[in-house]
Design a protein around this ligand. Structure first.
Ligand code: 5RP
Length: 228
């Protein structure tokens, strides 16, 4: 697929959202992530909704959009296996390792991704990086552990701030808080995710290395580039 160089970031998201339809298996359920790029995918999915069984969603926001378009949403507890999970990323490297959670949905995203055989990441080309860490790393935390976890990131050279919404700590779909950590260079995403996952009070760290993308559809000025 070719694209003129004048495409906006929003149009690139539309392009990859539509391109992701090729990974949806007719007659099956699809795992659906969260964010502005996934919203484009959900809109595209509506055009083939009669050929799928429905979706398993990673956030209240995506669930609302899916239902508004007439796509049935199933509870993750009622599903054993998904053929594919489609989601965006805040950063992705050449190995398929990602930083996610800009939309605060990282925990449910990891859960739905864990149910899927294949993770297809959809992103515009601004998300492709050599090394993860320039985007502030989202970490979902139990509120009483936020200060402790922030100090542990300080010891790694990171500065953690509590994400706010309307002047109050943002509360996730799971009733927890989000720390955004700046100043990290995540050169070994697998080791980093494994380490931070073990800190008391961490619900989910926004590094997706243990569950990396198997395929990335990247929206570029030249069209959709597939990394796998
Ligand atoms: C939400 C996410 C999103 O996938 C990520 O923030 C990318 O979002 P967008 O497509 O809006 O750039 O991880 O928690």
């Amino acid at each position: 697929m070719t694209a003129p160089t004048s495409l906006s970031q929003d149009e690139l998201k539309t392009l990859v959202g539509q391109a992701a339809l090729q990974y949806v298996v007719p007659g099956e359920l699809v795992g659906v992530g969260t964010g502005s790029t996934v919203n484009k995918f959900i809109d595209a999915l509506a055009s083939i909704k009669d050929s799928i069984r429905g979706a398993v969603s990673s956030s209240e926001a995506s669930t609302a959009r899916l239902k508004a378009l007439g796509i049935p949403v199933l509870d993750a507890n009622d599903v054993r296996l998904l053929s594919v999970y489609i989601d965006g990323a805040d950063e992705i490297d050449g190995n398929g390792y990602m930083v996610k959670g800009g939309g605060a949905a990282l925990t449910r995203e990891k859960i739905v991704a864990a149910l899927a055989r294949r993770f297809v990441c959809i992103a515009d080309e601004s998300k492709l990086v050599n090394v993860l860490g320039a985007f502030p790393l989202p970490v979902e935390v139990i509120p009483m552990a936020a200060a402790y976890i922030a100090r542990r990131f300080e010891s790694l050279g990171g500065q953690a701030t509590l994400r706010l919404k309307d002047g109050q700590p943002l509360v996730t779909d799971n009733g927890q808080h989000i720390l955004d950590v700046r100043g990290l260079t995540i050169s070994d995403p697998l080791a980093f995710e494994t380490e931070v996952n073990q800190w008391p009070g961490v619900v989910t760290v926004g590094v997706f290395a243990l569950q990396k993308a198997n395929v990335c559809l990247l929206g570029t000025a030249q069209g959709v580039r597939t990394l796998s």
